[in-house]
Design a protein. Sequence first.
Length: 461
Amino acid sequence: MTGAAEIYIEGSPAERRAGHLDANGLALGLDIERVTRPRLIGAIFLARVKAVDKRLGAAFLDLGAAGIGLLSKAKDITEGEAVLVQITRDAHDDKGPAAVRQPVLWGRYLGLQPGRGGGLQCARALGQGKHRAEALAAAESGIADPTDLILRGPSWTVSGAELKAEADRLRATWADIQARAKTEKAPALLLPTTPFIETMLRDAGPEARVALDDRLDFATAEKLCAEYFPDLSEGLAFHNDPAPIFDASGLSDILEQALGAEVTLTGGGRLTIEQTRALTSIDVDMGAGEAGASTKDEAIHRLNRRASEEIARQIILRRLSGLIVIDFAGLTGRGKMKTFLDILRSRLKNAETHSDVLGISPSGLVEITRQRMGPSLADLCLSPVAYPPAAPDALAADALRRALRLQGAGKPVVALPDSAAAVLNGNMKAAREACEKRLGQPLILKPGAAKLDVRLERDPA
């Protein structure tokens, strides 16, 4: 998550979770990687065009083992042709991954957009002040040819020589991709997605503090920081505490709230957020009233202003996408909405996923459309029913995470629902075996339980 000041990464063989906080301790986002749901964003393929839909101007791509992808802008390509594409959206629900034909390679300090032409560009996260000037000066001193390069937010923290080294690595990677594209037979994977730990470090804010609770992941992070991400070395830490890292950082509570339908607003009022396949609805409710307001109009304005800030944060945190419809409290005039539309646009414009605040519908509702990047947080963690329990693979991953944190004598026993046990014996079998290897003994699974219970027993039946 670009711009995070603190990142807490919880690891296990089945799942990794990363929580991103800003300098004030507010959650910016949550990322989850699970072995049952492999990530593809950023991967580059030599794909085979399976079919072209001229009505939509789109093409369906054969990505080999990654399935069928969608290329939404498919001008001047034909069925059977081999095309080089980059994945920009993971598969979700019944939709395959989405791809584009203009790849971008990202380092921590620079991006490379081959074929863009023109000189050095600055990412929005770099801002307009002192840090931008420092980054431009460093780039000018170290990089002789800035064509197709993009300066990222943390670029001001390193020297011109370090920027040149990263530019050289990105260009070498692109040269290798081009060379392989000439010799490989489509469909072929030319560049895999960046590993999870590397992605979290690469996209962290300048000089961010990063804590990890898994020793193997921490060793990986130490090596990456020493070789490629020097501004993160000082803030890197291993979480060596009995309390789980998400509990100690408050992220467990944040995750629980982000999976709930209601969000309480500071100062009064609440949001109700409901996701369906067609859209996400957000309702703003005054609740018990607004303290300190002299008139009803003032109370409503204060509430909706706070709600606008929180709605933008919840959209990013919950990874909401598609059509989002907001019903603000007690507003009837379009003129009164401008302040809240401006807040939404301002807060969402710096997010990694593109959003369009469309304005006000004839019925007085605010509409936003947001690019889909993959499953939402709820899709990753919950089953799609009226009162959602944890998804079976989420429950199975939680079981392994808890087992690795057991302390004391005895054999590790996992009582769990049948659906979660099936995952541990199926798609997560390799992760379960890796967990057992770390524990030095097998897990004793007891299917049929109503809820998850992980414990040590001296003589399990």
